[in-house]
Design a protein around this ligand. Structure first.
Ligand SMILES: [Zn+2]
Length: 238
């Protein structure tokens, strides 16, 4: 692994024997990374990477901005109460009473109907329920994308508050997920979905499991590491 600078963006070059083509992704700590097949020589790899980055500079800019937002989610206070700051989809959101008929999200804020906001207990229950529903809905959308592609069919989706784990897959085809994933960046949520769906085809974390995961989400491991870093912030919300 070596670092380099394209005309605009610094990046880390990784030459991997397993990579079949050039891919770019954002590592939460190292920032922009370019993975290239090891067979490409360093100089040629750099030329190709820099051309690739230049073509995709808008994606790179947007992704680096998202990374900054995720870091911000770590600065939340995790209080489900009026004025509290909680992470939602990887970004800090302020909980605020508003003239709305149902709980909703707008521009860095979670808006609570005045009637609900009037009672601390009601706000707690309603907002937690809403977050769990959002978690289910996001999970269902992601499963609808990945399950056919991965040729698996979960029998049941359970949204739980497993504090010790993000998700699990059981032999009967049930996928269980922590509702707290809805607060994580969607890319991390997606990694847990792919991880658990892969378990429907391979138990344990052996070679076969890794092959399935990497075929569908090559940077799953990096995304899971990021999720672990966010775990204290997400686990503290209550
Ligand atoms: Zn696993």
């Amino acid at each position: 692994m070596t670092s380099g600078t394209s005309t605009v963006h610094p990046y880390t070059l990784i030459r991997s024997p397993r990579a079949r083509r050039l891919t770019l992704h954002i590592d939460p700590e190292r920032g922009l990374e370019a993975v290239v097949p090891a067979r490409l020589g360093e100089e040629r790899a750099r030329r190709e990477v820099e051309a690739f980055i230049a073509e995709r500079s808008r994606w790179v800019d947007r992704s680096l901005a998202e990374l900054a937002q995720r870091r911000e989610a770590l600065g939340t206070d995790g209080r489900i109460t009026l004025g509290g700051l909680i992470p939602y989809a990887g970004r800090a959101h302020r909980i605020r009473a508003a003239e709305v008929s149902a709980i909703g999200v707008a521009d860095g804020e979670i808006l609570i109907p005045e009637k609900v906001a009037a009672s601390e207990g009601l706000l707690q229950t309603r907002l937690t329920t809403w977050l769990r529903r959002r978690a289910r809905s996001v999970a269902e959308q992601m499963i609808a994308v990945y399950a056919p592609e991965m040729r698996v069919q979960p029998t049941r989706l359970r949204i739980a508050d497993q504090s010790s784990r993000w998700g699990s897959a059981s032999a009967d085809g049930t996928i269980s997920l922590s509702w707290r994933l809805v607060m994580a960046p969607p890319s991390c949520f997606e990694a847990v979905i792919v991880h658990e769906l892969a378990h429907l085809r391979a138990r344990g974390h052996g070679v076969r499991f890794r092959q399935i995961v990497e075929r569908h989400l090559p940077d799953e491991a990096a995304r899971m590491r990021e999720l672990q870093r966010l775990a204290p912030a997400l686990g503290a919300v209550r």
